[in-house]
Design a protein around this ligand. Structure first.
Ligand code: PLP
Length: 465
């Protein structure tokens, strides 16, 4: 990293202490705040795919900001300049009005999403998903007696942190102890072939995981089910890629029962898998698509809920009916910094041909992960798409018994401490959630960085033996 921090070592020490004393961090065990606990990391700067912490340690970031976010890499001055220029011109006006970057980004985005026609702005993935739940529920009231309000979600998917989004989340570690949840959310089983919930093998399974939706809708009563939310590729639940038949079957069932198909692209959105969106790998056009993290690569807060014109049109009504419109509001959904950053973020992806890079580097990454699988018995499965990859760790390849949680943590810790490479882990191995290491390096990755990640893993697995 060639930029030097202008803070003195003394000042940095103070920041580390302030951080430990005053902040309450995401997903952090409280031992970190104990007197003798290792202080939570403070990240100071980033360039390309590398970050530096307050102690001056440099790391290769193989998870794009920890949570699949900084897709175009750190230190992009063109995005910073676009945001700065926009903020000086107009920082904000409520989202009931338009803005120049908001209008321009909506058109640019929809151009990449054939079949989608409208963009609704908000601030986070959770919030974008909540908009869809509200759309589904309001339509149930506008078009009927309000009963067609149930929303189906899958048992290993994550859709956000708010109570509505958590109600639609299947992950025990995120969800347990935060109830009671919102009513009307119904769980469908996952589609992980490696641990088929139906005990079947692909090729002989008749894609039961998809047909299970029909059974669930019948059990609930088709007149009560308004929508389904699905990650195109499950992220935190274990990097689960559905088989090609999965989404077309889901689409057909939804169409037959008037159920809106909502795809949550918060992780896959904008290039991570080698296409603009994860669902575009599968033969499906959803009714609603949500996105957040990769929309502006973390340079500004923005999320989008996109819908078809058909969904939008269902809110059209006699103007004398004062309640017949989407009565949702989000203060910062009108911020201009988000779409200004998003426009330049998308321009970078196009200018630098990053989708092609993701396809090429994703194949290379996957090949190298399979090489590791040949070498280490502990790797039960390699799966992913593009620069979104996972390794599931097992005690025994035949029984597929998951490794203890400490093993996955140990591998990640080894990579960070010994090789200065940050990798991710999906949820802990409660119930169906198994220990999967997750990788989502920036879309600018080259073979050099991927080899660095592989070498770090190689060393870590060798030390586990
Ligand atoms: N949906 C998915 C698939 C996610 O992975 C996340 C966050 O990790 C969310 C939604 C929630 O996004 P946010 O944290 O921006 O609310």
């Amino acid at each position: 990293m060639n930029r030097r921090s202008i803070m003195t070592q003394e000042a940095m020490k103070k920041v580390i202490a302030q951080n430990k004393k005053n902040c309450w961090h995401h997903l952090t065990q409280h031992s970190a705040y104990d007197k003798d606990g290792a202080a939570p990391m403070v990240v100071v700067e980033g360039k390309g795919m590398r970050i530096k912490d307050a102690n001056g340690n440099e790391f290769l970031d193989a998870v794009s900001g920890g949570v699949w976010t900084v897709n175009v890499g750190y230190g992009r001055e063109s995005i910073a300049n676009a945001v700065r220029d926009q903020l000086v011109k107009l920082c904000y006006f409520a989202g009931s009005a338009g803005s120049v970057p908001g209008a321009q980004f909506a058109e640019a985005l929809l151009d990449k999403m054939p079949g989608m026609d409208r963009v609704y702005y908000s601030n986070s993935g959770s919030e974008a998903n909540e908009k869809c739940f509200k759309i589904i529920r309001q339509l149930a009231h506008l078009e009927g007696d309000g009963k067609k309000n149930k929303i189906i979600y899958r048992d290993r998917d994550y859709h956000g942190t708010t109570i509505g989004a958590l109600s639609s989340t299947g992950q025990f570690e995120r969800k347990a102890q935060y109830g009671p949840f919102a009513p009307g959310f119904v769980e469908l089983t996952n589609c992980c072939c490696y641990r088929c919930p139906f005990g079947k093998k692909y090729g002989e399974c008749n894609i039961e995981c998809a047909h299970a939706l029909e059974d669930l809708i019948q059990a609930e009563g088709p007149e009560t089910v308004g929508g389904i939310i699905l990650e195109p590729i499950t992220a935190g639940g274990g990097v689960i890629v559905p088989v090609p038949e999965y989404f077309p079957i889901i689409r057909e069932i939804c169409d037959r029962h008037g159920v809106l198909l909502h795809i949550d692209e918060v992780v896959c959105g904008l290039g991570r898998t080698g296409k603009w969106f994860g669902y575009q790998h599968f033969d499906v056009v959803p009714d609603m698509v949500t996105m957040a993290k990769g929309v502006a690569s973390g340079y500004a807060g923005i999320s989008c809920t996109t819908t078809t014109e058909a969904v939008f049109d269902r809110f059209k009504a006699d103007p004398s009916d004062k309640m017949h419109y989407f009565r949702d509001i989000s203060t910062f959904g009108g911020c201009t910094a988000g779409p200004a950053a998003a426009l330049e973020n998308m321009a970078i992806i196009i200018r630098e041909n990053l989708l092609d890079n993701v396809v090429k580097m994703g194949d290379y990454f996957s090949d190298r992960l399979f090489e590791l699988k040949d070498k280490y018995e502990i790797i039960g499965d390699v799966r992913g798409k593009g620069l979104f990859q996972g390794l599931e760790l097992v005690k025994d390849r035949t029984t597929k018994e998951p490794v203890d949680e400490s093993v996955a943590a140990g591998v990640a810790g080894h990579c960070a401490a010994k090789s200065r490479v940050i990798i991710g882990r999906t949820n802990r191995s409660f119930e169906k959630h198994n220990n999967t290491l997750a990788f989502s390096p920036a879309l600018i990755s080259s073979k050099t960085e991927i080899d660095e990640v592989i070498n770090a893993l190689d060393l870590a697995f060798a030390d586990q033996k």
